[in-house]
Design a protein around this ligand. Structure first.
Ligand code: GZL
Length: 325
């Protein structure tokens, strides 16, 4: 009888240790479990975008406690919304969104909030009815970029010059397009003879930028003094169109664009462009840092703007070797 009691007691002890250890191991494994960031990217429309994707995909190399789930939205909002819903279903720790356009996000971001998943808006911004849907924003001041682009033109020609400007707009409804256009137009208000005679979207791509510039040149080629392009890729397409039209880009037509890609710096070093406003795509480290702060409950700043510069043709050759994207 005594032996049986001891055996039963021993079995109970083993079982409870096992369960505890199991819990403990679950506890340990969950604390060792990697943190997952789900990133809903705009697409792959430009050199800038590719550089941003590369930078964010490198997060797990910067910190092996983090894993990245990536979705390419192919420049369609419905794809990005689907991606966010799948991240919610997969119970990621943080959702990062680079929104193709500013509006139409309230419903899906409320679903993320109800699932208690923090959302970090990266690069472009969103317009939502309830700011609590967004935990943090990190990216550029796009209005400032537009102002800097206008300033390069004013510094070159003076505010009293008579200038006809052709504008290649970015993706309609995106923060980059809205902000840059606003900043540029506000700055040239003080230049009574600056006229935007052509303005159309090239959707941030080289192909569309070339196509739209061809149409501008066909209808008014001899009257365009300046090309203002919301990004480098459309300007690169436009340079091809200008050359095929028989004019000299950077000489017959003064060209200013935004991003600061290597390809654009090469064109500017060759004298085919005149000004570049930098927009930093290397947001991976900042997204990792912001995610860590959020997950440890110590978010420092809800809004973080990236630091950027502006460059003219004279600076191109010297700056080109420094370009990281
Ligand atoms: C700007 C970014 C823009 C780039 C383009 O922050 O969203 O989108 O300027 C890219 O090159 O397509």
């Amino acid at each position: 009888m005594k032996f049986k009691k001891i055996a039963a007691l021993a079995a109970t002890v083993v079982l409870s240790v096992g369960i505890f250890a199991g819990c403990g191991s679950q506890q340990t494994s969950s604390s060792n479990k990697k943190k997952v960031i789900g990133f809903a990217q705009v697409g792959a429309e430009s050199g800038w975008r590719t550089a941003e994707t590369t930078s964010i995909k490198e997060i797990p190399k910067l910190d092996s406690n983090f894993e990245l789930k990536f979705s390419d939205g192919q420049q369609k909002q419905e794809n990005q919304i689907k991606a966010i819903r799948s991240f919610i279903a997969e119970k990621v720790n943080v959702i990062a969104l680079d929104p193709v356009v500013e509006t139409g996000w309230d419903t899906v971001l409320r679903e993320a909030k109800n699932a208690k998943i923090p959302v970090v808006i990266v690069d472009r911004n969103v317009k939502v009815s309830d700011q609590s849907l967004i935990t943090a924003f990190l990216g550029s001041d796009m209005e400032e970029e537009g102002k800097r682009a206008a300033k390069i033109i004013i510094d070159k020609f003076g505010k009293d010059a008579k200038l006809n400007i052709a504008e290649l707009q970015g993706t309609v409804g995106s923060t980059a397009m809205i902000g840059r256009q606003k900043g540029f137009n506000e700055t040239i208000k003080n230049c009574p003879n600056y006229k935007i005679i052509k303005s159309q979207t090239g959707d941030f791509t080289r192909a569309k930028g070339k196509e739209v510039m061809e149409a501008f040149l066909k209808s008014d080629g001899n009257n365009i003094n300046v090309l203002w392009s919301h990004n480098d890729d459309m300007a690169i397409g436009a340079v091809q169109a200008i050359e095929e039209y028989g004019k000299k880009p950077g000489k017959d037509i003064f060209i200013v664009s935004v991003d600061g890609t290597k390809d654009m710096f090469k064109l500017m070093a060759d004298g085919k462009s005149n000004g570049i406003v930098e927009c930093n795509p290397l947001l991976g480290p900042q997204l990792l840092d912001t995610s860590k702060q959020i997950l440890s409950g110590k978010l420092k700043d809800k809004i973080v703007h990236t630091k950027e510069g502006a460059f003219t043709q004279e600076q191109a050759k010297k700056e080109l070797p420094n370009r990281k994207y």
